[in-house]
Design a binder for this molecule. Structure first.
Ligand SMILES: NC(=O)c1ccc[n+]([C@@H]2O[C@H](COP(=O)([O-])OP(=O)(O)OC[C@H]3O[C@@H](n4cnc5c(N)ncnc54)[C@H](O)[C@@H]3O)[C@@H](O)[C@H]2O)c1
Length: 245
C-alpha cells in the first residue's frame, strides 16, 4: 500500500472487478483515503472478503449487464446520494490465436471490457453531470496499445476502451467530468495465467525488469481521480515499469 497522500473523505467511488487483484487494492486504497466505496464483482465470495475487511459496499453482478451498473449506482446513491469516481477495472482473458477464437469468447471479452465500461459509465454520468464534477478512470492495457499474440479479442476490447475514453472525455468535459485510463502491468491472477517463460519475457521487456504490484497501480488512479488532476482528460497513463516505451 503506497503512503497515503490522497483524501477522498467526501467522495463516493465505484470500483468494478473489485474481488481481487488491482480492483481489490483500489477498494482498500480508496477506503483508506476515507471514501465510501461500492465494490462490484461477479465473484460473491471474493467480494464479501474484500468488503468485510475494508467496509466497502458489495454489489455482486456481471458488469456486462446493464442491471449491474444500475445496482452499483443505486447502492452509491443510497449510501451518500453521490457518485464521484468510477473505476472501470473488471476484466477477463480468453486468449487464443485469432483463427481459434470462438464466437462466445469474442463476445464475452468484448462484453466484459468494452460493454462493462460503457454500461457503468452510462449509468454514472447523469449523477456526475448533475453534481458538475466527476472522475472516470478506465483500465486499458499494453495489448490495447500495441497488440499481443493470442489476444485479438482482448486487444480489440482494450483498444476500444482507449477510443471510448477519448470520446467520452470530449462529451463530458463541459460537466466538469474527466475521463482517463491507466495501462497497468501488475502481478495478479491474470498474469499468473501466462506461461512462465512468456511471463519472464514480459518482465524483461520493461526497463524496470519486473511486474508491478497491484497496489502500485493505486497512486496513479488516485491522482487521476483527485481534484489536482482537473486539467487532465483523455489520456492513457502507463503504470508499467516502462513496458510500453
Ligand atoms: N495485471 C496486469 O498486468 C494487467 C495488465 C493490463 C491490463 N490489466 C487490466 O487490469 C484490470 C484488472 O486486472 P487484474 O490483473 O487485477 O485481474 P484479476 O483477474 O486479478 O481481477 C479481475 C477481477 O475482475 C472480475 N471480473 C471478471 N469479469 C467480470 C464481470 N463480467 N463482471 C464483474 N467482475 C468481473 C474478476 O472476478 C476479478 O475479481 C483488467 O481490466 C485487466 O484487463 C491488467
Amino acid at each position: 500500500m503506497p503512503t497515503l497522500t490522497y483524501d477522498f473523505h467526501d467522495r463516493t467511488v465505484i470500483v468494478s472487478g473489485a474481488a481481487q487483484g488491482i480492483g481489490a487494492e483500489l477498494v482498500r486504497f480508496f477506503r483508506a483515503a476515507g471514501a465510501t466505496v461500492v465494490a462490484v464483482d461477479l465473484d460473491a465470495a471474493g467480494l464479501a472478503a474484500v468488503c468485510g475487511s475494508s467496509g466497502a459496499v458489495p454489489v455482486v453482478g456481471d458488469v456486462a449487464a446493464a442491471s449491474t451498473a444500475d445496482a452499483a449506482v443505486t447502492a452509491a446513491l443510497e449510501a451518500t446520494g453521490r457518485v464521484d469516481i468510477l473505476v472501470n477495472n473488471a476484466g477477463i482473458l480468453r486468449d487464443n490465436v485469432v483463427w481459434k477464437i470462438t464466437d462466445d469468447d469474442w463476445d464475452l471479452v468484448l462484453g466484459v471490457h468494452a460493454g462493462g465500461t460503457f454500461r457503468l459509465t452510462r449509468a454514472c454520468v447523469p449523477s456526475m453531470r448533475a453534481q458538475g464534477a466527476g472522475r472516470i478512470v478506465n483500465v486499458t492495457s499494453y495489448t490495447g496499445l500495441h497488440g499481443n499474440v493470442g489476444q485479438a479479442n482482448y486487444a480489440t476490447a482494450k483498444a476500444g476502451i482507449i477510443g471510448f475514453t477519448k470520446t467520452v472525455a470530449k462529451e463530458v468535459a463541459r460537466f466538469g467530468v474527466t475521463v482517463n485510463a491507466i495501462s497497468p502491468n501488475a502481478a495478479t491472477r491474470m498474469v499468473e495465467a501466462i506461461p512462465e517463460e512468456r511471463r519472464r519475457e514480459i518482465e524483461l521487456m520493461a526497463p524496470l525488469a519486473r511486474f508491478g504490484r497491484a497496489d502500485e497501480m493505486c497512486a496513479a488512479v488516485g491522482f487521476l481521480a483527485s481534484d489536482e488532476a482537473a486539467y487532465i482528460t483523455g489520456v492513457v497513463l502507463p503504470v508499467d515499469g516502462g513496458l510500453s516505451i
